[in-house]
Design a protein around this ligand. Structure first.
Ligand SMILES: [Zn+2]
Length: 111
């Protein structure tokens, strides 16, 4: 076994593994579809347990913080990634529309 280097990815991987164990020990329901996760199913079974990043790392989510991790089915996690790509495109078009409708002078910071 190689000794893990104390670099950033190494410490994140270690933290991720610890939090993954915690989630597997405390959570039983998929955070995406809300159905129970069967821990006897193993990857590559589509309903096997996996850890989902609530906010994807690519979107600025924390790679290993437990507050950004949840239990999920492997297949739900895959579908979520696909949806996020679609949602991103949708959000961008919404912004374009809302910029025209909303008054330009309104100070949203007071909200
Ligand atoms: Zn699910």
């Amino acid at each position: 076994m190689p000794i893990p280097r104390p670099d950033r990815s190494g410490s994140h991987q270690q933290q991720f593994r610890i939090n993954k164990k915690k989630i597997y020990a405390t959570q039983t329901v998929c955070g995406i579809c809300g159905k129970p996760v069967d821990f006897s199913l193993k990857y590559p079974h589509p309903l096997s347990a996996c850890i989902d990043h609530i906010i994807p790392i690519a979107k600025g989510g924390h790679p290993s913080d437990i507050s950004n991790l949840q239990l999920a089915h492997w297949c739900c996690n895959r579908q979520k990634s696909d949806k996020l790509v679609e949602k991103q495109v949708f959000d961008q078009s919404l912004d374009l529309i809302s910029n025209r409708i909303l008054p330009q002078c309104y100070d949203w910071k007071n909200f």
